[in-house]
Design a protein around this ligand. Structure first.
Ligand code: 5AD
Ligand code: SF4
Length: 470
């Protein structure tokens, strides 16, 4: 991953990605750089779609860009500060382009835009446009104003639904984006964990209607997508009115999406333990398409810290919940997020986090040092933990998690499983597939075409997994 390599993160966070939609019919170019979670990856795609309609083609080269958009993340201080160093670099590029008589509009989108708004314009004069995640459907208009010389700030929460107003992804644009896709079904959060900025940057919880989600999923399937990952900051809190007039939860929605021809695999992320209801657990029992891999963050193992974090469950509730999920789907692999050094965390509290990791056993995990975020209750709490103590705890936790992840991968040797062939491999003659547990697996290109699901046996499980068709 990228963002905070030192902390070996992810979860939420994806490698920084750029996009280059292949509509080369115009002279204007946009460079989009994405930080943060999968939600931002999805949003970057939708913004790129909206801009394509306005005549912007994607470019991988920032020097050639008439428009640069940074889609930013505010989750930890380091993520947010990165944006300003990047903007500083862009100031120079903008001046070089101006000297050649070329335009470079600089836009800041995403969660830093939402959280800091006008402050960004004050700190970095090269920025022309600041646009928050709830207002992306206004991007083309905001861009026109920015190109006219106005400094534009669009961070007011829109009353209208941005999903309704963003242009629908067009087929030509979806094709070529691969056989796996993200689909945002829910955005925002009402949980107010005391460490977290999300309720402030993404607003309160909003679920997209069933019909809109099904239509988008069908369109993706039609464009060759085989694996859909439903996204939401609190995805398992998704709810909506079904075509039968009844209230649906995420479990019910998954049953419906599993019926779409072409969609062979379903995933969802990120979930809160409080919202894993019975129907969702039953979906894991009943739907072979629902992959046996669940990202269910617990953050900490001490009841005292869980309470201070306002997680509203105890450590034992979480462990019991996972037992129920594994009873429904015995091959379920767990993934989680952890925070060390939350205010007031004692040695004993931290040991409880180590213990819950041992009790659950994770296939994948992301761990972070607590980073006080302005405006959140945690930032104003007493007894902040010394940085050196956070460092030491993070190191110990990551050693344990890394050991579990290594064991999980090593345990794959000799096993047979279905593989979705996803893309060409790094070496010639190879392809990379995805296991049900999200692991990249390398096969010979003769094993199948991209988009095929093949049955394989793992022949080698070291740093990478290798497999042969059975
Ligand atoms: N400090 C450190 N980690 C945080 N996360 C969220 N807020 C903070 C913070 N203030 C972590 C949580 C969350 C993941 C996306 O990022 O573990 O699940
Ligand atoms: Fe970062 Fe959260 Fe915004 Fe995603 S929603 S970009 S994790 S602050």
């Amino acid at each position: 991953m990228d963002l905070e390599q030192i902390e070996k993160t992810h979860s939420a966070e994806q490698p920084e990605a750029t996009f280059a939609p292949s509509l080369a019919t115009t002279s204007k170019k946009v460079f989009v750089k994405t930080y943060g979670c999968q939600m931002n990856v999805y949003d970057s795609q939708r913004m790129t779609d909206a801009l394509a309609a306005d005549g912007y083609a994607g470019t991988e080269s920032i020097e050639d860009a008439d428009l640069v958009l940074l889609n930013t993340c505010h989750i930890r201080e380091k993520a947010a500060e990165k944006v300003y160093s990047e903007l500083g670099r862009m100031r120079g590029l903008k001046a070089e382009r101006a000297a050649r008589g070329q335009e470079m509009v600089i836009g800041v989108a995403g969660c830093v835009a939402q959280a800091e708004g006008r402050e960004i314009l004050r700190r970095e004069k090269a920025v022309d446009l600041v646009i928050g995640p709830q207002t992306y459907h206004r991007l083309p208009d905001a861009l026109r104003r920015a190109r006219g010389g106005e400094k534009v700030v669009e961070t007011e929460y829109a009353i209208e639904d941005k999903f309704e107003h963003l242009p629908k992804p067009r087929r030509a644009e979806i094709i070529g984006r691969g056989v796996t896709a993200f689909l945002t079904v829910q955005e925002g959060c009402d949980k107010f964990c005391t460490f977290c900025v999300v309720p402030y940057t993404r607003g309160s919880e909003v679920s997209r209607p069933v019909a809109q989600i099904v239509a988008e999923a069908e369109k993706l399937a039609d464009a060759g997508v085989r694996e859909l990952t439903l996204l939401g900051q609190n995805v398992n809190a998704w709810h909506g009115e079904g075509p039968d007039g009844g209230e649906w939860g995420l479990g019910r929605l998954l049953y419906r999406l599993a019926e779409i021809p072409g969609i062979a695999r379903l995933r969802y992320t990120t979930s809160h333990p409080r919202d894993m209801d019975d129907e969702l657990i039953e979906a894991h029992r009943d739907l072979p398409a629902l992959m046996p891999y669940l990202h269910l963050p617990v953050q900490a193992g001490s009841d005292r810290i869980l309470k201070a974090m306002n997680r509203r469950h105890k450590a034992a509730d979480y462990v019991r919940l996972i037992e129920r999920i594994r009873a429904a789907r015995p091959d379920m692999a767990m993934s989680g997020d952890f925070i060390v050094g939350f205010p007031g965390e004692s040695d004993a509290d931290f040991e409880a986090t180590m213990q819950i990791v041992r009790d659950v056993g994770y296939a994948q995990a992301y761990s972070f040092k607590y980073s006080p975020r302005p405006g959140t209750p945690g930032a104003d709490m007493k007894d902040h933990v010394a940085e050196a103590v956070k460092d030491e705890r993070l190191q110990r936790l990551q050693a344990l998690l890394n050991e579990q992840m290594r064991d999980f991968n090593a345990g794959m040797a000799g096993r047979t499983m279905d593989l979705l062939i996803e893309k060409p491999g790094r070496d010639q003659g190879q392809r990379v597939g995805r296991s049900p547990w999200l692991q990249p697996v390398i096969v010979d290109e003769t094993a199948g075409e991209i988009g095929d699901i093949i049955n394989v046996r793992i022949t080698r499980a070291g740093h990478s997994l290798f497999a042969e068709p059975v």
